[in-house]
Design a protein around this ligand. Structure first.
Ligand code: FDA
Length: 392
């Protein structure tokens, strides 16, 4: 039986950050993970370059039943603190767009940085270790693993959410929370492509591969970023963002021509090239394949000269307020994150400790705090891991 001060379950972004901070404070800390390699999600993140934080990170970039819960941790360990760490390790980085910071070389730089920091702090990491049972028979936690039993004064759960199960992601954190009587906000796939049926699915399929800048909205929430047509529906950053807000059975609205006054453009075209087809005029505003398919789908036909202001207005409205109702999402198979998780009502926002279970902590994606696309989810992993690391 090995005795520890701190046992961290899960060697991903949040778990490694927490262990580094605990180790720096002289705690005897061990991280265990069932995977062959640590932090596999960092490895594949940001197309292999890891969008490790966002210059504009703040509470408004996160969804949670308690939107204020993330404030304290984000304030005490900010994007600038993480950037300082990246610079200390001389990892070259760049801002891609919208404050999103990426590695110049590879996401592996971030993993190596965390492993070096863990080693320097005296923390240990053991991989390919399955957790078979967790209990608290006395004032310490007992964890049975495939490599023998462990005991620890503090137990930190950093096993993430169930998105991308083929990489070893599990709902283990939720099961453990329930074992200790905690509420779990119903999880669901987020930052995920949306799927359609019938005519819209066929339309998307025919346009598969076409991409453009668009504003996608659900209710009062809107994102202007790239949109991509796929075989089964819609993807791209604007769609991934809205998927975290979308509710089943409800439509989303798509503005395919953000920033342009479509009606004036069409009226000008009518004046200058009256013999032109509406479809051809739309081809000057949108990718050709898209203009052609939408002209057919929305029945936007006829020569410009023959079309009234009202007809042009109708065309402009359809392109800037296209309403369509998804049938679902691509699910956990491709979702970047999971919405929901351990209810923040159960946790201290300062330390991530369970209020009614001393010594038990939940951090990272396992908690009901979910970031927008753009480096925010890693920032939550760093900030929440850091918060717990100061007190375990
Ligand atoms: P994380 O999932 O990283 O770590 C959990 C660890 O626990 C894993 O190592 C896992 O093996 C282990 N584990 C799980 N169950 C276990 C069990 N039962 N027993 C033992 N170990 C167990 N975010 C961002 O900010 N910028 C980005 O560029 C991207 N890109 C991106 C791409 C893709 C494809 C995905 C899927 C996700 C992203 N994300 C992202 C999201 C980001 O990866 C995610 O929010 C963080 O990795 C969450 O960090 P955690 O440490 O909480 O969980």
């Amino acid at each position: 039986m090995r005795d520890l001060d701190v046992l961290v379950l899960g060697g991903g972004a949040a778990g490694l950050m927490c262990a580094i901070e605990a180790g720096k404070r002289g705690r005897k800390v061990l991280v265990i993970d069932h995977a062959k390699r640590p932090a596999d999600k960092i490895r594949i993140s940001g197309g292999g370059r890891c969008n490790f934080t966002n210059l504009h990170a703040g509470p408004s970039n996160f969804l949670s039943q308690n939107p204020r819960f993330c404030v304290s941790a984000l304030k005490r360990y900010t994007q600038h603190d993480f950037l300082d760490l990246v610079e200390k390790h001389r990892i070259p980085w760049h801002e891609k767009t919208l404050g999103q910071l990426f590695c110049d070389r590879s996401a592996k730089d971030i993993i190596q940085m965390l492993l070096d920091e863990l080693e320097a702090a005296g923390g240990q990491l053991e991989l390919e270790t399955a957790i078979t049972a967790v209990s608290k028979p006395d004032d310490r936690y007992s964890v049975a693993t495939s490599k023998g039993p462990l005991r620890a004064r503090s137990l930190v759960v950093a096993t993430g959410g169930p998105s991308i199960p083929k990489m070893g992601a599990t709902g283990f954190g939720y099961d453990l929370a329930k074992q200790f009587g905690l509420n779990v906000v119903t999880p669901r796939a987020a930052l995920v492509p949306l799927t359609f049926s019938d005519a819209n699915k066929d339309l998307c399929g025919r346009l598969s591969g076409v991409s453009l800048d668009a504003i996608v909205s659900f209710g009062k929430t809107a994102f202007q970023e790239g949109l991509l047509f796929t075989h089964r529906g819609l993807s791209g950053p604007s769609i991934l963002q809205i998927s975290s807000y979308w509710q089943e059975g409800q439509p989303i609205a798509v503005n395919l021509l953000p920033g342009s006054d479509v009606l004036s453009t069409l009226k000008n075209a009518r004046q200058e090239t009256p013999k032109q087809d509406l479809k051809t005029a739309l081809g000057q505003l949108l990718p050709n394949r898209l203009a052609e398919e939408l002209a057919r789908a929305f029945q936007l036909t006829g020569r410009l000269a023959d079309l009234s202001d009202k007809a042009l207005q109708r065309a402009a409205d359809q392109l800037s307020r296209w309403q369509l109702t998804p049938v679902g999402t691509e699910g956990y198979r491709t979702a970047e994150v999971t919405l929901g998780g351990v209810d923040t009502k159960e946790l201290s926002s300062k330390t991530m400790e369970v209020t009614n279970v001393p010594g038990l902590y939940f951090i990272g994606e396992a908690v009901d705090v979910t970031g927008h696309l753009g480096g925010f989810n890693f920032q939550w992993a760093w900030s929440s891991g850091h918060a717990a690391g100061q007190v375990v």
